[in-house]
Design a binder for this molecule. Structure first.
Ligand SMILES: Cc1cc2nc3c(=O)[nH]c(=O)nc-3n(C[C@H](O)[C@H](O)[C@H](O)COP(=O)(O)OP(=O)(O)OC[C@H]3O[C@@H](n4cnc5c(N)ncnc54)[C@H](O)[C@@H]3O)c2cc1C
Length: 508
């Protein structure tokens, strides 16, 4: 794809973001298409994305690490649910071990990208370093691995009277390094994965913790250690064991999800039975019985019942109520009760953001991702030579991130092999007005900002399946002509196609 007619700094593939998805993409490009030129532009000064940003006490994975880690780099630790800093270290080590660190340009924020059909390139506007020096890059293909939420602005509802609160107010996304919780009364507002991992973390740090939730969530306890995985790791070589354990966990996770969707009543019973064993019926009725079915909203996992044990032993109190207002000494509830607090943690969620806030134009026309249709969970209708990485929210993010990276590699390889300069997902007719957002989950941030998300028609390939068993196959074998319009590379003569090895399906 290096084109003599264009300035020689035209990259073949520009990756935005060096979190799990961007690291996976860089590793896959190096492995599958080593002669394609790549760069990874990262706004921050470190790799890891989410796993570097979030530093609250208790931060950990709530999906198993064998599926959250990369298929090409076995996880070697003993536990299945692991702490945030272990994931961060794993990502840093992967980048170094795989030699992709030399492609990452830190402190480089992508502000926007403009596609020119005449030149068949993206012109990408960036700002670099603390002085935000403007720099333009050009690339044949842009792959956004920029995550799904705003790093700058976490979601905090407008709580009445919040300025009157005399204590410390923090959001888990911006955790102060020097915040000492020992001996403090800490109220954690929220009921999602962050609240239920942060509360035991704060209790371990010596705080008296209250979780204040408006609506209960489904919580499922899983073993911190996967005994079967550890046996497999003892008897099989590391790469084989990793593959077998991943496949086992993919099937298990998908089975649990499918069971919840098809048989909600027995799933509710199962979750409830496990909780009542430790907490008794009353606590479960009051605080752990959501008014919806499992997986209508995300089901949260806890390791070895840690939250339930903390509640049983009085280290964490549960309150299900509405906030009327903040008061100087804490929070006044709709029931009239005042919850005293030295520290209030607003684990109230994320602000959805597409494309890391970057703005796109195609031949001068602005693109609103919310008015496009997703193609195989990765491409946007009408937008040439661009992919986005969106992981799973009902399973480990990395499963889909890796499948998408492999799909993008196949697409780029096909373009090179056939001498194509552009590929555009082309939908027959208009975007259906009632096409839902590509995520079907009723998470708070999707309810608030679903209009920002690409749509899905529900019919392959204009959809996102949320099913790792299907996606992994499609990533390696889907028809790369269906719904895709290719244009020949204009500035290289057809007699001069760029040779490249075909992409072998990697072992996943
Ligand atoms: C608290 C929390 C816990 C989670 N737990 C789990 C879990 O247990 N299991 C699971 O599967 N998923 C979990 N997730 C989802 C999680 O986001 C994924 O695991 C994964 O880290 C996403 O990786 P990513 O690389 O796609 O995005 P991110 O981790 O968000 O990384 C995106 C990167 O892109 C960079 N970037 C963004 N915009 C720009 C721009 N314009 N220019 C340059 N760089 C840019 C960012 O700085 C960042 O480094 C969790 C999320 C949160 C918030």
């Amino acid at each position: 794809m290096v084109d003599a007619a264009l300035p020689n700094d035209v990259l073949d593939v520009l990756i935005v973001g060096a979190g799990i998805s961007g690291i996976d993409a860089a590793c896959r490009f190096r492995e599958l298409l080593p002669d394609v030129s790549i760069a990874v532009l990262e706004r921050r000064e470190r790799v890891g994305g989410t796993w570097d940003l979030f530093r609250y006490p208790g931060i950990r994975s709530d999906s198993d690490i064998f599926t959250l880690s990369f298929p090409f780099r076995p996880w070697r630790g003993e536990r299945s649910l692991v702490d945030g800093d272990e994931i961060r270290d794993y990502l840093v080590d992967t980048v170094r071990e795989r030699g992709v660190d030399r492609y990452i340009e830190f402190s480089t924020e992508v502000l926007g990208a403009s596609w020119s059909s005449a030149d068949q390139v993206w012109t990408v506007r960036t700002v670099v370093g603390p002085d935000r020096v403007e720099r333009t890059r050009t690339a044949r293909f842009v792959y956004f691995c920029s995550g799904y939420y705003s790093y700058a602005e976490p979601y905090t509802p407008d709580f009445p009277g919040v300025d009157d609160f005399a204590g410390t107010l923090v959001h888990p996304q911006h955790w102060p390094e020097d915040l000492d919780l020992a001996g403090k009364r800490v109220v954690v507002i929220g009921s999602g994965a962050t609240a239920i991992s942060l509360a035991p973390g704060a209790a371990n740090a010596g705080a008296a913790v209250t979780i204040l939730q408006r609506t209960p969530s489904y919580i499922f306890s899983v073993g911190r250690v996967d005994a079967v995985a550890n046996v497999l790791r003892r008897v099989l070589p590391p790469a084989t064991a990793h593959r077998v354990i991943r496949n086992k966990n993919i099937v298990r996770l998908w089975g649990l999800y499918a069971m919840a969707r098809h048989f909600p009543a027995p799933t509710k019973q199962l979750i409830r039975r496990r909780a009542t064993r430790l907490l008794g019926n009353q606590v479960v009725d009051d605080h752990f019985t959501p008014p919806y079915n499992p997986w209508d909203q995300r089901v949260c996992a806890i390791p070895d019942n840690d939250l339930y044990e903390d509640i049983r032993e009085g280290r964490i109190a549960m309150v299900t109520d509405r906030i009327e207002s903040f008061v100087p000494e804490g929070i006044r509830l709709a029931s009239g009760r005042v919850l005293p607090a030295d520290v209030v943690v607003t684990a109230t969620g994320l602000t959805l953001q597409m494309l890391g806030g970057a703005r796109l134009t195609v031949d001068g026309v602005p693109i609103d991702p919310g008015r496009t249709v997703i193609y195989q969970g990765a491409l946007l209708s009408g937008v040439p030579n661009l992919a986005i990485c969106v992981g799973y929210i009902n399973s480990s993010w990395t499963l889909r991130a890796d499948a998408t990276a492999r799909f993008v590699c196949r697409l780029v390889e096909r373009m090179r092999r056939t001498g194509a300069g552009s590929v555009t997902p082309t939908l027959d007719g208009e975007v259906p007005a009632d096409a839902p957002p590509m995520f079907g989950l009723a998470a708070g941030y999707i309810a608030r900002s679903g209009h920002l998300l690409p749509r899905s028609t529900g019919a392959y390939p204009w959809t996102m399946t949320h099913n790792p068993l299907v996606d992994v196959r499609q990533a390696d074998r889907s028809d790369l002509t269906e719904g895709l319009h290719y244009e020949p590379l204009r500035s290289v003569t057809p007699a001069d196609p760029v040779e490249s090895p075909s992409v072998a399906a990697p072992r996943s």
